[in-house]
Design a binder for this molecule. Structure first.
Ligand code: NAD
Length: 252
């Protein structure tokens, strides 16, 4: 396995079109826990069935109690050096898009422009009774501050945040555009993801089939080390800025 940061820099420098695939690990330095890290991951402390679509439909109040502290952490979070480095790499040219599993809005907040949010976001919610789509900002702040489970103003149905729960399909348009970007890239930079969640876990193999090299940055080993041209083990908030500084110049 190649773990040389200079080779990672060379890969980025020679890339015609790079795409980043990010996961919860990119936001842990912003204070949002991921799902699987040893010790701190959210699934080490909760039963994952709480975040399934069928679980939500059966007992939405249980979902909201589970999500309240996570939503509070997301609302309080600001982008960290990893988000900023990815925005700089986009501005400097080699990075065409960020494909993310994160729902925290931090890539946009850092200035990334082409972002495909494959697991949705918290900016909107959908009424489970009348299907109205509403802006979720104010409602979420009220809820996080201790308010009741959010309900629809029109029909009082339960409002489900527009995030993808287990058992739910990915949003069609962002998913299609992400796959197009990946099929056209020559470098896939995978950062802060365990790659355990399907169908996102299939994206690295898709990139390889289309001839792209894989550059992995993660604190723990992932299942695709054997496919990676370079695999850097460490903190994304440390390593991504080093790559951005080398590729995007001293301003990065
Ligand atoms: P995951 O928890 O399965 O994996 C995160 C990976 O990142 C782990 O392998 C961990 O070792 C690594 N990591 C953690 N902090 C890191 C750091 N500072 N530097 C480098 N690596 C680090 O997360 P996933 O692969 O994104 O998939 C799980 C699901 O988690 C997704 O569906 C996503 O929607 C959801 N999620 C999102 C957020 C968020 O929006 N910030 C937070 C929690 C969970």
């Amino acid at each position: 396995m190649n773990t040389n940061i200079d080779d990672a820099i060379a890969l980025l420098r020679s890339a015609r079109a790079a795409v980043a695939l990010t996961g919860a690990g990119v936001s842990t330095p912003s204070g949002i826990p991921d799902f699987r890290s040893a010790g701190s991951g959210l699934w080490r402390r909760f039963d994952p069935s709480v975040a399934t679509l069928s679980g939500f439909r059966r007992r939405p109040e249980q979902f909201f109690e589970w999500v309240r502290p996570l939503a509070a952490q997301i609302l309080a979070a600001v982008p960290n050096a990893a988000h900023t480095a990815l925005a700089q790499l986009e501005q400097a040219g080699p990075l065409r898009a960020v494909v993310t599993q994160n729902i925290d809005n931090l890539h946009y907040a850092a200035g990334s422009e082409t972002v495909f949010e494959l697991h949705g976001h918290l900016r909107e919610a959908t009424c489970q009774s009348c299907a109205s789509v509403v802006q979720a900002g104010d409602m979420l702040h009220t809820f996080v501050a201790g308010g009741p489970m959010p309900t629809c103003r029109r029909c009082h149905g339960v409002l489900k945040p527009n995030v993808v729960l287990y058992g739910e399909s990915l949003p069609l348009l962002p998913y299609r555009r992400a796959l197009e970007a990946v099929a056209d890239c020559d470098l896939l930079l995978i950062a802060g993801s365990s790659l355990e969640v399907a169908p996102v876990s299939d994206i690295p193999a898709l990139a390889r089939r289309h001839g792209a090299a894989l550059l992995v940055i993660n604190q723990e080993a992932t299942a695709i080390e054997h496919l990676a041209a370079v695999s850097l083990r460490g903190d994304v908030a440390d390593l991504l800025p080093q790559l951005a500084a080398a590729v995007a110049g001293p301003a990065a």
